[in-house]
Design a protein. Structure first.
Length: 149
């Protein structure tokens, strides 16, 4: 059977469990038709490049499918009818990579580099800290007071 990868984007008002339920519906549909979901990755709630139906964020899910073409057509039809799904895209692939996708690999890299030690001084924090009395006008007044005495 041919292999496919499907990425779907669900609305941000739905919960992660509801997105998993959509994936479960796809899995049961495929199993009834003789196919299977070989890979399932939840990428999380991410910002969209542009607004889709007044949504700025969406839940992303990747599915690796091993299914006949007719059942993939039916799954795409069901996803198009589902109001919680904003967009989906299915492509045919030669093999389904069992390793984590680039999105999840990048997330794990961010987790590994989360603590980098104390922060260096910022652009405006370098040098001597100035208090309220250290401004130029107060220093000028203090100099004038000492000269007049």
């Amino acid at each position: 059977m041919p292999l496919y990868e499907t990425v779907l984007i669900a609305r941000n008002d739905v919960t992660q469990q509801q997105v998993e339920a959509v994936a479960d519906q796809i899995a049961t549909q495929l199993e009834a038709d003789g196919g299977a979901v070989q890979k399932r990755e939840y990428w999380g709630l991410r910002s969209l490049s542009y607004r889709i139906n007044k949504n700025r964020k969406g839940h992303y899910m990747l599915l690796g499918l091993n299914a006949p073409p007719a059942s993939v057509k039916e799954i795409e039809r069901q996803l198009g009818l589902n109001e919680d799904v904003l967009r989906f895209m299915t492509i045919r692939v030669d093999e389904i990579d069992e390793n984590p996708s680039a999105i999840l690999a990048r997330k794990s890299d961010d987790r590994e580099r989360s603590f980098r030690g104390p922060k260096p001084a910022g652009r405006f924090e370098s040098g001597r800290k100035r208090g309220y009395d250290d401004r130029e006008e107060f220093r000028a007044r203090d100099l004038n007071d000492t000269v007049e005495e």
